[in-house]
Design a protein. Structure first.
Length: 317
């Protein structure tokens, strides 16, 4: 049994929970704790967990507080030096924890690790590590065969070193709860990089991911519910404001400014009936800007790597 905790946030995940949890309890490196935060589910999944799994520490939220808040609460309830977060629509192979834990043991400078994920929606294997383009878009490495350093790990499944989580926490939060959902993994990864923590992809750790299980498996941005699209748009701006250090700003800002009008033009042409609502993402950003700037000041005071290093990491696409 490893010094591992598993943290999940559930929102109406009844369709996937049994397979997900059975894959967790079948691990060759068994977790010492499993914590699930239920975000106000209405499908009976919270009651099902309570009836079936005495070994699960179940915490109940009255409403859906979002991915970020749900996982923050679950992580905070864990006491082990390593914490695996995964979505309820992710099913692990039996040695996933063992393999990712070995990667963190081999690279003490790494605070996060992930593996190869079979994407049910596309029928393809994916490197679950990602790199970040200056336009605030993630891109997954084509490498599926060799271990490598990556910019960050997809929030669907990450093994975290608890030491890193505590180091990067700001105002008591690991993930920024202002994000609600989508993009909080990018924000956390960039913050970790600024504080000198790396992330690792290890191909031997494998999992199956349904994808967007809590939103009826709608993978594409244009197919997602409007309120999630609004959060995603808003979160891109918050990530840029909070994490772009002065030495990186010229490298990031110009590509972002050039690409951004095309994003909004696409939304106008593709989703004209929804466009006025999506524009509220700009108002959301303005409302949250004071807090984002406060987080930025705290982070920049502690930055441990050079702007040249961050530019290099951003360039690796």
């Amino acid at each position: 049994m490893g010094k591992i905790a598993v943290a999940l946030a559930n929102w109406n995940g009844m369709k996937y929970l049994e397979r997900c949890l059975e894959s967790v309890f079948a691990q060759t490196c068994a977790p010492r704790e499993v914590v699930i935060v239920d975000n106000g589910s209405t499908d009976g999944s919270a009651e099902w967990i309570a009836d079936r799994y005495d070994q699960v520490h179940l915490l109940l939220n009255e409403t859906n507080e979002g991915f970020a808040a749900g996982y923050n609460k679950a992580i905070a309830a864990c006491s082990q030096p390593f914490v695996l977060i995964l979505n309820t629509d992710v099913f692990l192979t039996p040695d996933f924890i063992e393999v990712t834990l070995a990667a963190l043991a081999e690279y003490p400078e790494a605070g996060a690790a992930t593996g190869s994920v079979f994407q049910q929606g596309t029928g393809e294997w994916l490197n679950s590590g990602f790199f970040l383009r200056p336009q605030m878009r993630t891109e997954h490495s084509a490498n599926l065969d060799r271990a490598e350093a990556v910019f960050g790990c997809s929030g669907a499944l990450i093994l975290f070193r608890r030491e890193m989580l505590e180091d990067i926490r700001i105002e008591g939060q690991y993930f920024d709860e202002a994000y609600f959902s989508y993009g909080e993994d990018i924000d956390l990864a960039w913050r970790a990089q600024l504080l000198g923590w790396q992330a690792r992809f290890t191909p031997g750790a494998k999992a199956h991911h349904v994808g967007s299980g809590s939103s009826d498996e709608r993978l594409r941005f244009v197919d997602k519910p409007a309120f999630l699209q609004r959060h995603l748009l808003k979160n891109r701006y918050l990530t840029l404001v909070k994490n772009t250090s002065t030495g990186v700003l010229p490298y990031v800002l110009l590509p972002f400014i050039l690409a951004e009008p095309l994003v909004w033009l696409y939304l106008l042409l593709r989703l004209p009936w929804r466009f006025p609502y999506l524009l509220l993402a700009l108002a959301d950003t303005c409302r949250l800007l004071p807090t984002a700037l406060r987080w930025r000041r705290q982070l920049m005071r502690r930055q441990r790597v050079s702007a040249a290093y961050i530019r290099q990491v951003l360039r690796r696409v």
